[in-house]
Design a protein around this ligand. Structure first.
Ligand SMILES: Cc1cc2nc3c(=O)[nH]c(=O)nc-3n(C[C@H](O)[C@H](O)[C@H](O)COP(=O)(O)OP(=O)(O)OC[C@H]3O[C@@H](n4cnc5c(N)ncnc54)[C@H](O)[C@@H]3O)c2cc1C
Ligand code: SF4
Length: 513
């Protein structure tokens, strides 16, 4: 029989992995359960064809949208979760994002904690995940207690030109905070070689600050921490009162196993965490575990994201492009009464990637020219939490993601803003939208920024988790991944997931004694 643990953490992404790192020195018996294995380190890690065309590292499963159409989600099951392939743009949410914000389509609700509650953990998160940045450049940046520990990544010449052109137009571009182990002053001392295959790719050198490299591997150095891979958690069992989780049911190598712990933390990613709770319905929790509010799975958000390619008049030979951002349209402004969003870059697109997003008749030569000239922007606008945008699970366990887009006007205006600037940025004034970032032209498959499905709050009627991310309905169950978000803001989610895991870690250390 497996031993009884103090704490079981299900999932090893930025939520679960960071929590394990935080709790490891406590000496408590900690078990990590991960459905995937280690992402193989191989030359294919850096092949656009393997990663984007063949989708070698993506989960093979199929989900359904609200109309019953099947799609392949852009999701990755492995130690480190989706952070193995993320772009490592690690931004703090803005202070205002924690309050109520008026958007064109409605209200982005306030969080039960303030920015100041999370600030110390943002600082710890930035240090832990090697975030390189420069404070004071981005006018929307929230106040931080200390400077970045690692200097901002320098811009390559074409991006420096973009920076200078933006400044000439009166804008305030900033160095994008990025979590890679690059040492530009003493390159021989850093693991990162600043290559062109980072955003969307695994790092062959383990030089990207992902959850496996910076959290799970170091946590496993402690004798009290163990990891079981290939362990798909299918169900959580409760005591007869329904107040405690008493068993974590796992399918591994075709066998059923049950693990037990005093405290169980679900951190499967926002969609799978909601699905696991829904699948764990029992007599005491007929609508799904922790779901007396009927809120589990609802309020799914994923950002309004677009990858937009501008064709630069001069070639763009940039290798590592993700060094710049622009938040001048993040808030309501004199130009529009509502926020539009955040502009940054994606990794430099190559011929192979462009081929994926192009119509079949696109001539290879044109794509080649586009690949050599493109400036590849990433636009993010906030989507709003909607009761009916939700994760549903069928009797046989299949996931339906019933998502309805929201706040699209903000996104359209952000794209128009960027388009309007292109002539001043040395580009042709047309933008080429591309969905290749997520591999397919199916917007709902872009689940990268999933959040909000098990939200936290003070009121058990309108939230699933309390402020410490413990579920209201049970005494020993927590959820520590992107599920807890109340709103999605318009910056990438990971740093907030990491900071929150560190915050919940402090609470758990106190609870465990
Ligand atoms: C291509 C790409 C680029 C991205 N770029 C950025 C970026 O630049 N900046 C940023 O902030 N964010 C980025 N993201 C998003 C970021 O990766 C996620 O926000 C983050 O990984 C979410 O962390 P999480 O802990 O909530 O979940 P995940 O990372 O999804 O981790 C969940 C873990 O749980 C495991 N799991 C799931 N179900 C079960 C189960 N039933 N049993 C056992 N284990 C289970 C999974 O295998 C996985 O390891 C990107 C994502 C992608 C895909
Ligand atoms: S840029 Fe650095 S961190 Fe990113 S994949 Fe290349 S070597 Fe790894």
């Amino acid at each position: 029989m497996p031993p009884h643990y103090d704490i079981i953490i299900i999932g090893t992404g930025p939520g679960g992995g960071t929590l394990a790192y935080k709790l490891a020195p406590s000496g408590k018996q900690i078990l990590l359960l991960e459905r995937g294995g280690y992402l193989p380190r191989e030359k294919d890690n850096w092949s656009s064809k393997t990663v984007f065309t063949e989708n070698k590292y993506k989960a093979k499963e199929t989900w359904q949208d609200k109309n019953g159409n099947a799609f392949h989600p852009g999701i990755h099951y492995n130690v480190g979760g989706n952070s193995k392939v993320y772009g490592a743009a690690l931004l703090r949410m803005r202070a205002q994002d924690f309050g109520e914000v008026k958007h064109h389509d409605g209200i982005s609700p306030e969080w039960p904690i303030r920015y100041d509650d999370l600030e110390p953990y943002y600082t710890q998160a930035e240090h832990l995940y090697h975030v390189h940045g420069n404070r004071g450049e981005d006018p929307t940046e929230p106040k931080a207690s200390v400077p970045y520990r690692y200097p901002a990544l320098t811009h390559e010449p074409r991006i420096q030109e973009l920076h200078d052109d933006w400044q000439k137009c009166g804008h305030k571009p900033f160095h994008l905070p990025v979590g890679v182990m690059l040492n530009e002053q003493q390159p021989e001392k850093g693991a990162c070689i600043r290559c062109s295959t980072c955003d969307g790719f695994p790092c062959l050198l383990n030089a990207k600050a992902d959850s496996q490299v910076v959290c799970v591997d170091p946590a496993l150095q402690y004798p009290n921490v163990s990891l079981v891979i290939g362990a798909l958690v299918t169900r959580l069992e409760t005591s007869t009162s329904g107040r405690e989780v008493t068993g974590v049911v796992v399918e591994r190598n075709g066998q059923k196993e049950t693990y037990r712990a005093d405290i169980v933390v679900v951190s499967c990613g926002a969609i799978n965490s909601a699905a696991l709770l829904l699948k764990s319905a029992n007599d005491k929790h007929p609508n799904g575990l922790a779901n007396s509010s009927d809120m589990v799975g609802r309020h799914y958000m994923c950002h309004n994201n677009s990858a937009m390619l501008a064709i630069s008049k001069r070639p763009n030979p940039t290798v590592f492009q993700k060094t710049i951002g622009l938040n001048d349209f993040y808030y309501a402004s004199a130009e529009w009464d509502y926020p539009m969003g955040h502009i940054s870059m994606i990794g430099k697109q190559d011929f192979e990637m462009l081929k994926l997003g192009a119509p079949p008749f696109a001539p290879g030569l044109a794509l080649d020219v586009a690949a050599k000239h493109s400036l590849d922007f990433w636009l993010t606008s906030e989507d709003l939490p909607d009761l009916n945008s939700r994760v549903l699970v069928s009797k046989d366990g299949n996931i339906t993601l019933a998502y309805t887009e929201s706040n699209l006007e903000a996104h359209t205006r952000l794209a128009a803003k960027l388009k309007g600037m292109l002539n001043h940025l040395g580009c042709d004034d047309h933008l080429l939208p591309t969905h290749l970032y997520f591999g397919k032209k199916i917007p709902i498959a872009g689940t990268a920024h999933q959040c909000g499905t098990v939200r936290f709050g003070h009121d058990p009627k309108t939230s699933v988790l309390d402020v410490n991310c413990k579920v209201h309905d049970l005494d020993n169950l927590y959820v520590v991944d992107a599920s807890f978000f109340v709103s999605s803001s318009a910056v990438n989610p990971s740093l907030t997931i990491i900071a929150n895991a560190l915050r919940v870690g402090d609470h758990l250390l106190e609870r465990l004694g």
